[in-house]
Design a binder for this molecule. Structure first.
Ligand code: CAO
Length: 239
């Protein structure tokens, strides 16, 4: 790769040098490695979460703190079961897929020192309430630098939710050796045509990046559609 030339920025104005934390250095290395190794494609989708939001708010009124994240984790498990190519890793020689029969889901947590990705083990065996509690506990541990190495290993698929901050879409980088990552942006009210009229619906932007060596575009479009359908009608998750 052509090197970026070193520049003395002080010739343009005052500067300060701030060393990167160890975590940010490790993160930068992993992101760069993935960016260089993986042919990335990002599939965009929108989920109508109007009904989900009504249910979530009702739970909140009963005292259960629940953001959209536990619903998204459940929907991802549902989609991984429906399209198992996403629950896989390429073997080291790149000529076979290692299919996984477990469902561990990582989620990105923004901490002052950098990005951490704690992992919810066996997310398929956990209720929404358990997932809600566990995400809150793991995010708090990440922010307090108390995650053990085991709590950051073994993910099948990662979720990066920037929805509480904003944005309409972004293109997340796959957390190799996983083959897919779901970016979630901020839900917003939009006029949606129901065949007769425009209705105000709460729409959640989904951005699914994937390793195009392991997954073809049609499967990615199916995965995103399954996710959107499950978030649009959470009864799908009972099937
Ligand atoms: N759209 C609209 N609102 C959303 C939303 C979305 N997609 N996602 C969350 N919100 C709301 C929540 O519902 C909550 O509001 P209420 O209290 O009214 O319910 C509020 O935003 C704050 O949510 P939160 O941030 O406390 O919780 P979370 O479960 O959404 O996220 C965590 C937890 C750990 C994922 C988040 O704190 C975080 O660190 N996100 C950053 C991840 C990141 O940096 N990714 C980039 C990786 S690539 O560089």
């Amino acid at each position: 790769i052509p090197a970026v030339p070193a520049i003395d920025f002080s010739q343009f104005g005052p500067v300060r040098e701030e060393p990167l934390t160890r975590l940010r250095k490790v993160g930068a290395f992993n992101l760069h490695r993935s960016w260089l190794n993986v042919p990335h494609v990002t599939q965009f989708e929108e989920a109508d979460i109007t009904e989900l939001e009504t249910f979530r708010k009702a739970q909140k009124e009963k005292g259960v703190k629940m953001t959209p994240l536990p619903f998204i984790i459940k929907a991802c498990v549902h989609a991984l079961k429906a399209i198992p190519q996403f629950n896989a890793s390429l073997n080291p020689t790149g000529d076979a897929l290692i299919m996984k029969d477990y469902f561990h889901i990582g989620f990105a947590v923004d901490t002052p020192d950098g990005l951490l990705v704690p992992v919810i083990r066996d997310a398929d065996k956990k209720s929404l309430t358990q997932l809600a509690q566990e995400t809150v506990e793991l995010a708090a541990k990440a922010k307090d630098k108390k995650l053990s190495p085991a709590e950051m290993q073994g993910a099948c698929f990662t979720i990066s939710s920037l929805g509480s901050i904003g944005g309409t879409a972004f293109t997340p980088i796959v957390n190799t050796p996983e083959v897919g990552i779901l970016g979630v942006s901020k839900a917003s009210m939009k006029p949606v045509w129901n065949g007769k009229e425009f209705m105000p619906r709460l729409m959640l932007p989904l951005c699914l990046s994937y390793d195009h060596r392991a997954i073809n575009g049609a499967d990615a479009a199916r995965f995103a559609a399954v996710l959107a359908a499950a978030l649009g009608d959470i009864r799908e998750l009972l099937l």
